[in-house]
Design a protein around this ligand. Structure first.
Ligand SMILES: [Zn+2]
Length: 593
């Protein structure tokens, strides 16, 4: 073929045909390639060119795409799937906690608790007597033996002059040593702050334990993260994500300092996941829906880097709203339709009866929520609403029902995060109103925060409804996953396991054996769809990520075992061997060649 004829042929065939013939950069062969396409198809081979998937099919079909410079990866039957998309997490606090003194969410005896913290003190020789030691990821409800007390005296026994604060992983309490209590200005007659409690002993003296808003009395004394610490935190967060296989995420409650740190990493070419940020809308501090959304748009203008493209970038297109707190003891700040139960009997002979409280009034009134959602809709910002109790869920659905009746409200993609308890009458409304529940699957297991902190206070009927994953799925809801890291350790594979089994880890102890209630788990395919394509939908990225299909971005992971064929409990042990974002390998484990 002479040059003229070749050019003519190319011109006639068009760009698609040229593209199909150019060799791929990478070809994966001999795999169990789980695509998450409309049929959840499984294929054998996949090819990537310029960061995009150009072929999914059998080995033979990949051959014409394999040129001399194409890197060929033999998967040896291993599973390749879309990268994980975490639809709700807090990367900055997660990352900074990785750098703090951490108790790692472990169940500890008092002696172990003390020696772990002493080890942190001993290791940190540079800090002076006035510098706070911040200890994180304390599994407060898991202290051994059950019901053992921890007070300032527990921490005063440590060899240090420094103020010490130990923060519960749950975020609802903090323990101080006596030096810290003194610095926080807490005395015998100090009143409880609004929304918080200074725990006191029989004599009325503070024990060192601060609950909810009272924690601020100490937290406000901690210096904010420096620029360098913020950078270190986001760097640590991204490293943890790469290892887990997370290729996109939503920071569900961001701030300019966090976005500045991620923007710096982006500039350095070190942003290894597609980063989305939700800015808080809070009308408490005199803001109006208009002024709050205007502030969000200001941050969007500063940090949003435009539509999704091959290389990871930053997007600011979500608002975070809080409708309530948490339904579990001792907070009871979840907004409920029916009262929390209280024990009117004794510890030995309990008699659980409806108490006086259904939790707080929702943090947004019906009118304020409607006005805020409308303002967001006009600004093309998607609302991501924290709802834990069934009243918070219902009121949010009511406001979204109104929103859907307005022209701008039809295009919005609202997400309701957490949904720990939903009135069954509201299950079908998620599908009807096209609202995505963003669930943390790992909460659906017997654990101190369910068996211990929910069961009695909910009563048997409501307890049977908590963590309604399968019921929402069966009612047609598009379920997405969000880890809520660092409320729990970043362990997506454990969370997915719980989504399937509703069981705790095998070493959780016999009081936490069995499943949470009698609800079934979710089918494995639905669990994977929640953390891929459905989460992509909430980020408006489903045309480009979330499944492995030609034309989409090559965001994908190779697993060390097959999610579908291993025993369900083994899902928690899955290790990611390779993480690819936009065709670029950002993480590779030793076992992968
Ligand atoms: Zn959260």
């Amino acid at each position: 073929m002479n040059r003229y004829v070749a050019a003519l042929t190319l011109a006639l065939a068009g760009p698609a045909a040229i593209a199909a013939e150019a060799p791929a950069d990478t070809v994966y062969r001999n795999g169990y390639i789980y695509t998450v396409d409309a049929k959840d198809s499984v294929r054998q081979a996949l090819a990537v060119r310029a960061g995009r998937i150009v072929y999914v099919g059998d080995n033979a079909g990949a051959k014409p795409l394999t040129g001399r410079k194409t890197k060929v990866i033999d998967l040896h039957g291993r599973m390749l799937m879309p990268g994980l998309i975490d639809g709700h997490m807090h990367p900055q606090s997660g990352g900074s906690r990785l750098l703090n003194c951490s108790l790692d969410y472990e169940a500890l005896t008092v002696a172990q608790f003390q020696s772990r913290i002493q080890a942190c003190l001993d290791k940190d020789k540079k800090s002076g007597a006035s510098r706070w030691l911040v200890v994180v990821n304390w599994f407060q409800q898991g202290m051994l033996p059950d019901g053992v007390e921890t007070t300032a005296a527990t921490l005063d026994a440590l060899k240090t002059e420094r103020p010490v604060i130990v923060r519960s992983s749950f975020g609802h309490s903090a323990l101080l040593n006596s030096k810290a209590v003194q610095l926080a200005g807490i005395q015998r007659d100090t009143p409880d702050p609004a929304g918080g409690k200074i725990t006191r002993d029989a004599k009325g003296d503070a024990t060192g334990l601060l609950e909810d808003a009272a924690q601020d009395m100490a937290m406000n004394l901690l210096p904010p993260l420096t620029v360098a610490e913020n950078l270190a935190a986001s760097r640590a967060a991204l490293a943890a994500m790469r290892k887990q296989g997370i290729t996109s995420f939503l920071d569900a409650y961001t701030d300019p300092e966090t976005m500045t740190a991620f923007a710096d990493l982006h500039k350095q070419g070190k942003l290894t996941a597609r980063a989305h940020f939700a800015v808080l809308i809070d009308l408490d501090k005199g803001a109006t829906p208009q002024s709050a959304v205007a502030e969000l748009l200001k941050q969007q203008k500063q940090f949003d880097q435009g539509p999704t493209r091959v290389a990871p970038s930053m997007q600011v297109r979500h608002a975070k709203l809080f409708m309530d707190g948490v339904i579990s003891a001792p907070a009871f700040t979840g907004a409920m339709l029916e009262p929390y139960l209280v024990n009117k009997g004794t510890a030995d002979k309990p008699d659980w009866q409806p108490g006086p409280s259904t939790g707080p009034a929702s943090y947004f009134s019906s009118e304020a929520l409607k006005a805020t959602l409308s303002e967001l809709a006009n600004a093309h910002i998607d609302p991501h609403i924290h709802v834990d109790g069934d009243r918070a869920v219902r009121e949010s659905l009511d406001a979204i029902e109104y929103l859907r009746s307005t022209p701008a409200g039809k295009e919005v993609r609202p997400a309701l995060a957490h949904d720990e308890i939903v009135a069954p009458a509201d299950y079908p409304r998620f599908a009807k109103l096209d609202v995505t529940p963003v669930l943390s699957f790992q909460w659906a297991k017997p654990a101190p925060d369910t068996v211990g902190a929910l069961k009695d206070y909910m009563g048997p009927q409501r307890y049977a409804l908590v963590e309604p994953q399968a019921p929402l799925l069966n009612a047609g809801a598009r379920i997405a996953f969000g880890s809520d890291w660092p409320v729990d350790p970043l362990d997506e594979w454990f969370a997915l396991k719980v989504g399937v089994t509703r069981t705790a880890a095998p070493n959780a102890g016999k009081e936490y054996a069995g499943t949470l209630g009698t609800q079934p788990g979710m089918p494995r395919a639905a669990v994977l769809r929640a953390i891929t394509l459905n989460a992509a939908y909430t980020l408006r990225q489903e045309d480009l990520t979330g499944s492995l299909e030609p034309g989409k971005l090559a965001d994908m992971i190779v697993l060390d075992r097959n999610f579908f064929t291993i025993p369900a409990e083994d899902i928690a042990n899955i290790k990611v061997l390779q993480t690819v974002v936009g065709g670029k390998i950002v993480y590779q484990a030793k076992g992968m060649r």
